[in-house]
Design a protein around this ligand. Structure first.
Ligand code: CMC
Length: 392
């Protein structure tokens, strides 16, 4: 049809210009606003990285404190929000609760509906960064039938989230600096990844001038799928499956190669990275450190290491340039921290939030930006005459 070309999965189509994240898939390079991911993971904090992504520059000390203080003022959820959780079934997936409640924020903050109002954009940004950890922790509490824990403003971002997740009235959660530091790093490594499925979703929804809460709720839904952020949950389930059937990684690899029942090696492969995923490199080293520091050994880590080693030596994976991605080792760290498998993708969403926000801002501020509206190649019947029901 005319000039329209088919580009399955948008493998070759740049839908936007962006100055946020630089990604070179051949060289395994990832930079936020020009800063290498390795340096940010080493020296930055999650909120500082969020500031960088959203505002384009690293903050001064004063700017960072102001940003942190402002976020702290908005961590509480309206009491009526708690009633949403009463209505969800106890075994609801926390990603479903997260996207629903984030969408519902637009009912509480109706001042957010005009995306061209700069102050309101700022307020929605702060509210999201502040409230998503609370929403996520409430989802976890709901799933285990515990009372919610209110945010505490004297704690840092990650500390507050961990406490809201793991504290119970009978015992205050003891913050472990190893866990705090590791989670902060993991959030930095997830903070943006240019035009991935969820970010493109945020932009596409936002391009209709829908508000930020609605756009980001859609992004959370996109992230949930096992080919995207849901892969971290699927990796752990895969490793458990291998363990439960005797721990033989080669049998599993054979199944993947034969494409039996569509089985994939979860946590492997990437649309853009064709040599290695720089995030996976950092996370793998980290998995060892964190598990050692927490004094935990995990037979699933041994299975993961073996699985990686055998896959990387196998022609199927070599020919297709399939390497471990960000999701391959994260679940093992989350598990050691005490998170249940179903929360893993929620942690990815917490990390990706500043990226979604930054990309939404960039999209809305781009001069001449247009509504996202892909074309299609029509393959149906071109025309036929309607046949009345009694004649069919
Ligand atoms: N296991 C087995 N085979 C694979 C895998 C895998 N994990 N990934 C790709 N392939 C094969 C695929 O079957 C195809 O083979 P063939 O040419 O014989 O048909 C070839 O490699 C090319 O794959 P593709 O499906 O065209 O690649 P894509 O760019 O469309 O998909 C991907 C990228 C990440 C969805 C895919 O690699 C995948 O499904 N990986 C497993 C899920 C996963 O780990 N996702 C997390 C991605 S990274 C972080 C994030 O986005 O959340």
């Amino acid at each position: 049809t005319g000039l329209v070309t088919l580009d399955s999965g948008y493998g070759n189509t740049a839908a936007y210009k962006s100055a946020i994240t630089y990604l070179d898939g051949e060289e395994g390079i990832l930079r936020y606003r020009g800063y290498p991911i390795e340096q940010l993971a080493e020296g930055s904090s999650f909120l500082e990285t969020a500031y960088l992504l959203i505002n384009g520059e690293l903050p001064t000390g004063d700017e960072l404190s102001a940003f942190q203080n402002e976020i702290t003022q908005h961590t509480l959820l309206h009491e009526d929000v708690k009633r949403f959780y009463d209505g969800f079934p106890r075994d609801a997936h926390p990603m479903a609760m997260l996207s629903s409640v984030v969408s519902a924020l637009s009912t509480f903050y109706q001042d957010s509906h005009n995306p061209f109002h700069e102050n309101q954009r700022h307020l929605s940004t702060i509210r999201l960064l502040a409230k998503v950890p609370t929403i996520a922790a409430y989802a976890y509490k709901k799933s285990i039938g515990h009372p919610v824990v209110y945010p505490r403003n004297d704690l840092g971002y990650v500390e507050n989230f961990l406490r809201m997740t793991f504290s119970v009235p009978a015992a205050e959660y003891e913050l472990n600096p190893v866990v705090v530091d590791a989670l902060d790093k993991l959030l930095i490594l997830h903070a943006d990844h240019e035009q991935n499925c969820s970010t493109s979703t945020v932009r596409l929804v936002g391009s209709s001038q829908a508000n930020m809460f609605a756009s980001i709720s859609a992004g959370i839904s996109a992230l949930w799928g096992p080919l995207h952020g849901g892969a971290n949950q699927s990796v752990l389930e895969m490793l458990e499956g291998i363990r439960n059937s005797g721990g033989d990684v080669d049998t599993f690899i054979r199944k993947v190669k034969n494409k039996e029942d569509g089985v994939k090696l979860m946590g492997f492969g990437h649309r853009v990275y064709k040599n290695f995923d720089p995030r996976a490199k950092i996370i793998k080293a980290h998995a060892h450190e964190v598990l050692a520091a927490l004094g935990k050994s995990d037979e699933l880590l041994d299975i993961a290491l073996k699985l990686e080693e055998h896959a990387l030596a196998d022609d199927y994976f070599v020919e297709r340039k399939l390497y471990p991605n960000v999701d391959f080792y994260t679940g093992l760290i989350y598990r050691a921290m005490g998170f249940p498998t179903e929360m893993f993708t929620v942690l990815f969403a917490l990390g990706r939030l500043p990226g979604w926000i930054a990309q939404w801002h960039e999209m809305i501020k781009e001069p001449g930006s247009r509504i996202g509206r892909p074309r299609q190649i029509y393959t149906g019947v071109v025309q036929r005459d309607f046949v009345e029901l009694e004649k069919r």
